[in-house]
Design a binder for this molecule. Structure first.
Ligand SMILES: [Zn+2]
Length: 462
């Protein structure tokens, strides 16, 4: 039985999805205006791994992660660069996907973008106005926080305490300092959409309410994100959605802790490892994932270049052991038919840790114990079962310790080149030497050399 800490109740709770065997989950995604940094990588990796674990435990997971592609930050940066917001956001959605793939973060089942849901957002706001939860002032639409009695329930704040820090900024037309914008009227030089209240664009919080309920239904199982989003973003999402539907929005709220970058002093020579792409280039996927999963997801993490190096060394140690044993045992033969008590015990320790509010550091600790045992024995059962447990069974759950890429890709490359060589030989047989030479020359241009020998054509790479 899986237990997770639910921010809504402030307790560790038994995880019981609404529909048996299916988990519907929404994670707030990045605002796409720049390359993402390690801080964005944490929720991506943590909840990607949690999703993998739910699948390991037999659930089918419907996973949604949005892209915020209209927002002040995007508009401002697009202005700075002198390009359209849409062009900027599309570029950085592409870049995010490149980084996420390199990081081993699996594609979500749905990656909705805010600007694809404007019609639905407008409908949602109209409904809120009709129900008396929202009001219009000069083309802006605000949510009436005081009308929603449970406001503050998620972040465990009292509405009167919130009043202390709240104020109406100059230019804001809301009636109550606590109210927040659902729709903002168009300013000059900003992208806008037509609405019943005039030209404008959605406020920030409304998009997640609309996209999550449209895709997953009025009530779904898990809403996840960084703990910096609990207030006001998630509190507001919850208020406006439950005001509209009259039903519970998300059953469980999971929040990851922040990364503390104080130890990441940057210099030109060490590079800016806060930028995920730079970090990935230097340390690689396993180091970054391991670094992010080696602390409990709700705890803060201190980041430093040293710690990233440590993470790289730690994962290298595991991979080296696994590679050594694969060679030793011929990994094709590793099919544990009957399991020993030893592997069953290790497996249940890992599962027990992950079932307990997704305690990845404890589970990874067991994996390191197994590696230590594998390195200090020549007992074939331990070597085979240890290899299986880490590389085949839990590696894919953590997104770590894959079979070395080179072997896979060299095999594929060989297959692909055989196809190309056969096509070229076909041209030669038909005396189409022009095409045959063209293929050889173009391969030559990318550093692939073909050599015709009495035994057929061979290839080599510079
Ligand atoms: Zn959100």
């Amino acid at each position: 039985m899986i237990y997770i800490y639910n921010t809504l109740t402030g307790k560790k709770e038994k995880f019981e999805p609404l529909e048996k065997d299916v988990v519907r989950m929404y994670t707030c995604g990045p605002t796409v205006y720049n390359y993402v940094h390690l801080g964005n990588a944490r929720p991506a990796v943590v909840f990607d791994t949690f999703r993998r674990y739910l699948e390991y435990r037999g659930y089918r997971v419907v996973y949604v992660q949005n892209f915020t592609d209209i927002d002040d930050k995007i508009i401002n940066r697009a202005h700075e660069l002198g390009i359209e917001s849409k062009k900027l956001s599309e570029k950085f959605i592409k870049e995010y996907r490149i980084d996420a793939t390199k990081l081993g973060v699996r594609e979500a089942n749905f990656h909705p973008k805010t600007t694809d849901f404007i019609k639905e957002i407008i409908e949602f706001i109209e409904e809120l106005i009709k129900k008396g939860y929202a009001y219009i002032v000069d083309g802006d639409v605000y949510f009436s926080v005081r009308k929603f009695k449970k406001y503050g329930e998620l972040s465990h704040r009292d509405i009167n305490e919130l009043m202390v820090g709240a104020r109406i900024e100059p230019g804001e037309k809301k009636k109550d300092p606590l109210d927040f914008a659902l729709w903002k009227s168009a300013k000059t030089n900003e992208p806008f959409w037509k609405s019943p209240w005039g030209n404008g664009r959605p406020g920030w919080h409304i998009e997640c309410s609309v996209m999550s309920t449209r895709i997953l239904g009025k009530t779904f199982d898990i809403h996840a994100g960084g703990n910096d989003l609990i207030f006001p973003h998630h509190e507001n999402e919850k208020a406006q959605t439950e005001a509209l539907t009259g039903e519970l929005f998300a059953k469980y709220w999971m929040h990851n802790g922040m990364i503390n970058f104080k130890g990441m002093k940057m210099s030109k020579s060490t590079g800016n490892f806060v930028v995920l792409r730079e970090s990935l280039r230097t340390f690689g996927k396993d180091a970054i994932r391991y670094f992010l999963l080696s602390k409990h997801y709700r705890s803060p993490i201190d980041a430093s270049v040293e710690l990233l190096h440590d993470a790289k060394r730690a994962t290298q140690r595991v991979n080296e052991t696994l590679d050594r044993i694969a060679k030793l045992l011929d990994k094709d033969l590793i099919i544990p038919s009957s399991e020993s008590k030893w592997i069953k015990e290790k497996r249940s320790q890992i599962v027990e840790a992950l079932d307990d509010d997704f305690n990845t550091p404890k589970a990874l600790g067991v994996i390191f114990d197994v590696i230590r045992e594998m390195n200090s024995t020549d007992d074939k059962t331990i070597l085979e079962e240890g290899y299986y447990l880490i590389r085949e069974e839990f590696g894919p759950v953590f997104g770590l310790f894959d079979v070395p890429q080179e072997n896979v890709s060299t095999q594929k490359l060989d297959d692909v080149l055989k196809v190309v060589i056969n096509v070229r030989n076909e041209f030669r047989r038909n005396k189409n030497f022009e095409m045959a030479d063209k293929i050889r020359n173009e391969l030559n241009n990318i550093g692939v050399r073909l050599k015709d020998t009495p035994n057929g054509t061979e290839w080599s790479i510079d």
